[in-house]
Write a protein that binds this ligand. Structure first.
Ligand code: ADP
Ligand code: MG
Length: 568
């Protein structure tokens, strides 16, 4: 079975193709979204999703979120005694979703379609593939998130459609794609984005806004920077969501038995977020320009991603396009559903045969060359594009180059991704040494062919026709090389982590939430929470499902009450 997975910065979702349609799979808590959060303690016990998110407040040093932002980098984090990179953390999320599918269908998926931001670089895509391998999945296809959303949107009525724009603002990334549907072909005309812009940044803006008013709270200085950050981020997240449905909301933190609240108005928040709102415009403009489509001829603006629920974002969109966005697709589900549709297409045997998807390369890919100027001086490090951004993929393009100096016997080719004229401002993906026969300058021809597949992975072929010399290179980024044995050892390390049995997950979540509240309060409330924890733990030990369910209900109610009416 091929699972369709939305591996988001903030939330993950998984769907499968079943009975002719995509179907979302709930996690152990019955939720369709699983927060992208992982926590590992010193004993190797691990928490994923909701429980991990609550542990962020009590154990920030053992917990991570938003790790997708570090995909494709060498950065590693130590959680408890376990050192993990972003791709290992992603693998943990993937594994948890495979568990969910196995639980729901009785079959564990061995293959997957995983979505990535259209604007993900080569390096980030490779890291995503490796995450799949570490999780023991054969990644059949990486598909761009807005393309997946377009599939879900396009498929709901299968009508031909004039170009529409998919606007996907998630927790950490922003993606724009312009898509057209005609005769069952879903064609992505252009994609652009900003992979450092999302709900997280709006949280930071909100924190900046309220921080001066929190300065007087002495207890806040006593908490560690890690906890302080976690606390403020969780509070900002809640306030920001509240601001989506009312004009004013409290930014509240509880320290000791005291609740400190700062009232935030929509206007103040919008003012603070103005810089971020401005940044939404750039990728939209670029995608329109690259596809030669003007905003007025777009048939729809399709919103995807949780952060598009913010009124300030919706207002900006309405202003930008002079009309209201479309909300037929569920902003949280569209990407996973689209991935499952792609999985259905790949596995055949569906009535989707007539549907095809064509996507584009999000970046320009090329090599570095030297050029002789009008005075005969040689300028080096100049970018020569081979596949220009927004070229439909898969694609294969070749360019010819010639030697620069007399009797040179090697040519070094640097392979780059980016848009800048000087390669030093682009991302270096790899390099290749080419052997050439010693001849006068300009007499040896070198052919460079770039082939870009549907998952956005690059292959380079170099030919020297004069000698028949040939080399093929599947780009393995030097900085980023991780051998098969390393992947194996990462996988083994993950397998050693202890996970809670699935049917205990709800209890684990309730306990982490209790512990979080226990830490927030002091005095009698804290004492009461402490006793509830003792009682609940005692009931769990009895292993009587009936009793556990009753106790769970009672504890949930009690915690809800404490949270709703904290002591002043
Ligand atoms: P990702 O694709 O990055 O995993 P999602 O599409 O799940 O992200 O969106 C997560 C973001 O959406 C978070 O920043 C979250 O705060 C924001 N979000 C979700 N619901 C709301 C809401 N009601 N109001 C404002 N922001 C929201
Ligand atoms: Mg997303």
């Amino acid at each position: 079975m091929i699972a369709g997975i939305d591996l988001g910065t903030t939330n993950c979702a998984v769907a499968i193709w079943k009975d002719g349609k995509p179907e979302l799979i709930p996690n152990a808590l019955g939720d369709l979204l699983t927060p992208s959060a992982v926590s590992i303690d010193r004993s190797g016990q691990s928490w994923v999703g909701r429980a991990a998110l609550d542990r962020m407040a009590t154990h920030p040093e053992e917990t991570v979120t938003s790790f997708k932002r570090r995909m494709g980098t060498q950065a590693s984090t130590k959680l408890g005694k376990t050192t993990v990179r972003a791709e290992d953390l992603s693998a943990i999320m993937l594994r948890s979703m495979m568990d969910d599918v196995e639980h729901a269908t009785g079959e564990r998926p061995t293959e997957a379609v995983i979505t990535v931001p259209a604007y993900f670089s080569e390096r980030q895509r490779r890291a995503t593939r490796r995450a799949g391998e570490i999780a023991g999945l054969d990644v059949k296809r990486l598909i761009n998130e807005p393309t997946a959303a377009a599939l879900a949107f396009g498929l709901h009525d299968r009508e031909d459609r004039e170009p529409f724009l998919v606007f996907d603002l998630g927790g950490g990334t922003f993606d724009v794609s312009i898509v057209e549907m005609f005769d069952g072909i879903i064609e992505v005309r252009a994609s652009a984005g900003d992979n450092r812009l999302g709900g997280d940044d709006f949280n930071d803006a909100l924190i900046r806004l309220v921080e001066p008013q929190l300065a007087h709270i002495k207890e806040l200085e006593a908490v560690t920077p890690g906890k302080r950050k976690a606390m403020l981020t969780l509070a900002a997240e809640a306030t920001r969501k509240a601001l989506s449905s009312s004009a004013e909301a409290d930014f509240a933190i509880t320290l000791g038995d005291e609740r400190h609240a700062v009232s935030v108005t929509t206007e103040a928040f919008e003012e603070e977020a103005a810089g971020l709102i401005k940044r939404l415009r750039d990728p939209v403009t670029r995608a329109l320009r690259d596809s030669y489509i003007d905003a007025a001829s777009l048939s729809e603006i399709v919103l995807v991603g949780g952060a598009t629920r913010m009124p300030v974002v919706r207002k900006a969109i309405t202003r930008m396009f002079g009309r209201f966005p479309n909300s037929t697709v569920h902003p949280d589900h569209a990407v996973a559903l689209g991935a499952a549709i792609q999985a259905g297409l790949l596995s055949g045997g569906t009535d989707l045969e007539e549907i095809r998807v064509t996507d584009v390369a999000p970046f320009t890919l090329g090599i570095d060359v030297s050029d002789q100027d009008q005075f005969g001086n040689i300028q080096t490090g100049i970018f020569s594009p081979i596949i220009e951004r927004n070229t439909p993929v898969p694609t294969s393009r070749a360019h010819s180059y010639s030697t620069m100096r007399d009797n040179q016997t090697t040519v070094e080719i640097g392979i780059y991704q980016g848009e800048a004229r000087n390669v030093s401002n682009n991302i270096r993906l790899g390099d290749l040494k080419v052997k050439v026969p010693a001849k006068p300058a300009g007499q040896v021809e070198i052919q460079v062919r770039f082939t870009y597949d549907t998952s956005g992975l690059l292959e380079v072929d170099v030919d020297v026709p004069m000698t028949g010399w040939h080399k093929n290179l599947v780009i393995v980024d030097e900085e980023d090389k991780r051998s098969a044995s390393e992947i194996k050892s990462s996988r083994a390390a993950l397998e050693k982590l202890k996970v809670h049995p699935r049917d205990e997950e709800v209890n684990v979540v309730l306990l982490t939430r209790s512990q979080k509240l226990y830490e927030e309060f002091t005095g009698p409330t804290r004492e009461a929470i402490g006793q509830w924890i003792t009682q609940f733990t005692a009931v769990l030990e009895k292993q009587d499902p009936r009793m556990i369910a009753d106790a769970r209900e009672a504890l949930t109610k009690a915690l809800d009450e404490v949270e709703a009416n904290p002591p002043i």
